[in-house]
Design a protein around this ligand. Structure first.
Ligand code: DX5
Ligand code: ZN
Length: 219
């Protein structure tokens, strides 16, 4: 089995120094840079848009993993693709035609992800397995960093692991929300191979990032 990938969520970074923060987690061993985009409509918080992704792009060569918590979403896909996103993840509730949204992401040469809220059933993935490179299981309700891991999602992760293995496809199983040193090994044991971590990465400041990332990876 491959080493667990760590995707620091820059939602917990110092927003006044985002370029330096992205460079710092890159140097500290992050696999992906996870960018949480929120619109104050699909989720009860507002963060950043594609112009910030574009501004951050020169600060790291790592995979930019852009998590769109916005609705409507289709209008903005091209902007994030042009801004330098490598993976674009959407929520199926963000529009009436998420199959089409995933097709659109792929048509722009980007990897496509689908994200399942804690209350969203795994069945949403069934008919789009051929269109996704990543499935994100939200282990908190999206909107904020620093929330508590919702235990019932472990069973969803296990069932999704079985679905992905049975498909024979190369699909990341990402878990996002409440990941820390206690929940990370349990998410991995259930089948996760990419862990998003905001609070657990950025706690302690730049001098701690490498240690925090290694610890989350179980090293
Ligand atoms: C939640 C976001 C997460 C969040 C994770 O809406 O999608 O990426 O930043 O933060 P932590 O790791 O602090 O739970
Ligand atoms: Zn996220």
């Amino acid at each position: 089995q491959q080493a667990t990938k760590i995707a620091p969520s820059i939602l917990s970074a110092d927003f006044a120094a985002l370029g330096a923060e992205v460079a710092a987690v890159d140097a500290a061993g992050a696999d992906y840079i996870h960018v949480d985009v929120m619109d104050g409509h699909f989720v009860p918080n507002i963060t950043i848009g594609s112009s910030v992704v574009k501004a951050l792009r020169p600060h790291s060569n790592k995979i930019f993993d852009v998590h769109l918590m916005i609705s409507p979403v289709d209008l903005f896909i091209e902007d994030f693709a042009n801004a330098g996103a490598d993976i674009i993840t959407i929520h199926p509730e963000a529009g009436p035609h998420f199959h089409r949204t995933l097709q659109l992401i792929r048509s722009l040469g980007k990897k496509a992800g689908i994200s399942l809220n804690p209350g969203t059933p795994l069945e949403y993935v069934e008919n789009v397995m051929d269109l996704v490179d990543l499935v994100l299981v939200m282990s908190v309700n999206p909107g904020f960093g620093g929330q508590k891991f919702i235990e019932t999602q472990l069973d969803k992760i296990s069932r999704l692991r079985e679905m992905i293995d049975a498909s024979g496809r190369q699909i990341d199983l990402q878990v996002d929300g409440g990941i820390n040193l206690e929940t990370a090994p349990r998410a991995v044991a259930a089948g996760a191979d990419v862990l998003v971590a905001g609070t657990a990465t950025f706690t302690g400041g730049p001098a701690k990032y490498a240690e925090n990332i290694r610890a989350l990876r179980g090293e």
